[in-house]
Ligand binder design. Structure first.
Ligand SMILES: C[S@@+](CC[C@H](N)C(=O)[O-])C[C@H]1O[C@@H](n2cnc3c(N)ncnc32)[C@H](O)[C@@H]1O
Length: 175
């Protein structure tokens, strides 16, 4: 997730760790999911939170030699969940959707306005699998230290190939 314009210095490969409180509210929105691939795992913060929720998680990252955009997925897989590098977010979503067809689920942590762009309609209003947006009502602080400050607003975007009908909206923590 890029943090340009928020006072954050850009880190190489967008290596931002997602705090556990951000991943925890996603868990109730993963019905029937047991086996997850976190393909941009970084230092593993999101992986830890998913495992703490009882999920079996396969973790990889380009830093460990596995490029999500070109690598084969694990054999056992119900869902792909990650916080993608901002500059590759569209490519990550498109590839994840392709890999999870025809029955799986995709969850990506993105800025709350990521679904506004006309160029991304094929991922949202024109995508039958787009099932849910879970808006985080607190802003994320991406690192500790004297310069730490909240950044942009974020949401979980969830695609589920079993979904039918319009996408749903939820808030976390619940209001
Ligand atoms: C925003 S960090 C997310 C880290 C972790 N998912 C989390 O939320 O704590 C983005 C991660 O994407 C990885 N990355 C960048 N390009 C990638 C690619 N093509 N394939 C796999 N991982 C990639 C970076 O190395 C970095 O660890």
């Amino acid at each position: 997730m890029s943090q340009r314009g928020s006072g954050y210095e850009r880190k190489a490969l967008d290596l931002y760790d997602t705090p556990a409180w951000v991943t925890a509210p996603l868990l109730p929105h993963l019905p029937g999911v047991r086996a997850v691939w976190e393909p941009a795992a970084g230092s593993g913060k999101m992986v830890e939170a998913l495992r703490a929720g009882g999920l079996t998680v396969e973790a990889s990252d380009i830093a460990g030699g596995k490029d999500f955009l070109t690598s084969a997925p694990p054999v056992e897989l119900d869902a792909i969940v990650t916080n993608p590098p901002y500059m590759l977010a569209r490519e990550f979503i498109e590839r994840a959707l392709l890999l999870m067809r025809p029955r799986g689920l995709v969850a990506m942590l993105l800025r709350t306005d990521f679904d506004h762009a006309a160029s991304r309609r094929h991922l949202f209003s024109k995508c039958p699998a787009f099932a849910r947006k879970v808006v985080l009502t607190k802003r994320i602080v991406w690192f500790d230290g004297p310069k730490a400050a909240p950044s942009f607003n974020h949401a979980w975007y969830i695609w589920d190939w079993r979904h039918r009908g319009s996408p749903m909206l939820a808030y976390a923590p619940a209001q």
